[in-house]
Design a protein. Structure first.
Length: 488
């Protein structure tokens, strides 16, 4: 694929994503979703055509035919199921969020969200069939929708001058395109009491299974995959587990979010049986979280619990407790090593070199404050500006810093505006009477979103995590009472 066609296809995919968010339900919106999702594999194949993975695959006709046939059958089956039982679509999206499939080709392995892509494709096909003959309905895009659409388009535009065009294109195709479509599919769902309870059951059961797998890893001192973590465990006194996840921090993030949601349900539980079950679930998940040794996940969990405490009891006392904890943390950091001064070298070691990544990202932002180095360019730009160019790095591990370095003030302003509007949307009227949903529903989504946001300050992966888009969709839907039916 030529550079011109790749750039044109990228912009077309971003425009189709924006249209799928902003257009009213109907034929045009369904076509926009189909175009966006159709361009996704086309652009990836065009960009990676001469890589070892694709070359190896191109010479295996039987494998290509099997993959295409299996994918088509799965998408068709899912579309049929979603059309007949619409409640399965949101449940399926939530259920497959954690699962990545390792694809081996050309001696390399890529861990992709294949189950999620198939579910979203089935949802797109089901929506296309449903809306093809339907007239457009009334629809007024909310500010959050405009900001999400604007961010996708801006990210694609800034990929055009990126030092790593391929990385930016992959981020758009593997993350922004499918997650945008998933957001639009979930915004149309009627999040009633029954569905929300089913979601809690699904994530609780899955998280429990992940903890069991992680506990087996911990007891046997062996991991299923990720050679980097396996080697790291050999040099540490502690042993980190990752369960079915590639990274222990991502595993810890998932458990922390589920604990926050379960705690919200516990705080507003009215039945003893539900209270007991949720208590056991939280205890089991906490055991699994402890085995990850993920500091960022602990902090994210505390942030989510603080939000729940503020909503359930008093925001003033919660704010006082958070301030006291922050002061204590600063004192610990300042006095580390007994010098009475901030030990930056020690901080950098304790954070696995992330302090250097943050400072390097800020240096990149200072050099190009307006437009940044382009979407997906952090790795190349960081290496080009460091003396040691062999340092392994992908992002700054702090989402605002990564965005500032890659997208400058343009992307950073849009990112901050999106966060502010999202929080405003989720908090507006949160103490009011719920409309056909459990009392804990909106606090749970808000607290989980804050926990994820805090985690991205230490591990990045905000827009690249499909959970972000799911929380945004559910939070916006619950805030808009007109999309929710009263349930008995």
């Amino acid at each position: 694929m030529s550079d011109f066609l790749a750039a044109a296809g990228l912009l077309a995919a971003a425009a189709a994503c924006a249209a799928s968010i902003l257009l009213p339900p109907g034929r045009l919106r369904a076509l926009a979703m189909l175009v966006a999702f159709g361009l996704f594999p086309t652009l990836i194949l065009g960009d990676q055509w001469h890589t070892h993975q694709i070359v190896d695959l191109r010479h295996d006709d039987a494998r290509i035919a099997a993959l295409l046939a299996g994918g088509a059958f799965a998408v068709g089956l899912l579309a049929y199921a979603f059309r007949r039982w619409p409640v399965l679509l949101p449940l399926a999206i939530v259920a497959v969020l954690p699962f990545r499939v390792p694809l081996h080709a050309g001696g390399d392995t890529a861990n992709l969200l294949v189950p999620l892509y198939l579910v979203i494709a089935g949802g797109v096909l089901a929506t296309l069939v449903r809306d093809w003959s339907s007239p457009p309905s009334s629809w007024t895009p909310r500010p959050l929708a405009w900001l999400l659409a604007s961010f996708v388009v801006l990210y694609a535009l800034q990929t055009l001058y990126s030092g790593d065009f391929s990385e930016g294109l992959q981020n758009v195709c593997f993350c922004l395109v499918p997650f945008t479509v998933a957001y639009r599919l979930l915004r149309e769902v009627e999040w009633d009491r029954r569905l929300l309870v089913l979601v809690l059951v699904v994530i609780g059961a899955e998280a429990t299974a992940f903890v069991l797998i992680g506990s087996v890893e911990y007891l046997t001192r062996s991991l299923f995959w990720n050679d980097q973590v396996i080697r790291s465990n050999e040099f540490h006194t502690y042993f980190r587990v990752n369960s079915v996840f590639w990274d222990p921090n991502v595993y810890g993030r998932y458990l922390a979010l589920v604990i926050v949601v379960a705690t919200a349900a516990l705080l507003w539980a009215r039945e003893r049986r539900a209270f007991a079950l949720l208590t056991v679930l939280i205890a089991v998940l906490w055991l699994g979280l402890a085995q990850t040794f993920s500091q960022s996940s602990y902090i994210a969990l505390l942030a989510g619990l603080a939000v729940l405490a503020a909503i359930r009891w008093s925001w003033r006392w919660t704010l006082l407790a958070v301030a006291a904890g922050a002061v204590g943390a600063v004192l610990v950091v300042t006095l580390a090593g007994g010098s009475g001064k901030v030990n930056f070298s020690r901080i950098n070691i304790d954070t696995s070199g992330r302090a250097n990544l943050v400072s390097g990202g800020l240096d990149l932002f200072a050099e190009r404050p307006l437009q940044g180095y382009g979407s997906g360019s952090f790795q190349d730009a960081y290496r080009d500006h460091r003396e040691n160019k062999d340092v392994p790095v992908s992002v700054s591990h702090t989402e605002p810093v990564t965005i500032a370095a890659e997208q400058g003030l343009l992307g950073l302003t849009l990112y901050i505006a999106l966060i502010v509007v999202a929080l405003w949307t989720m908090t507006a009227g949160i103490r009011g009477p719920p409309v056909g949903v459990p009392l804990a529903a909106r606090p749970a989504v808000l607290a989980a979103f804050v926990a994820l946001l805090v985690h991205t300050m230490a591990y990045a992966g905000f827009f690249e995590d499909p959970i972000t888009w799911v929380l945004l969709a559910v939070g916006a839907s619950l805030a808009n009472g007109s999309t929710i039916r009263d349930s008995p």
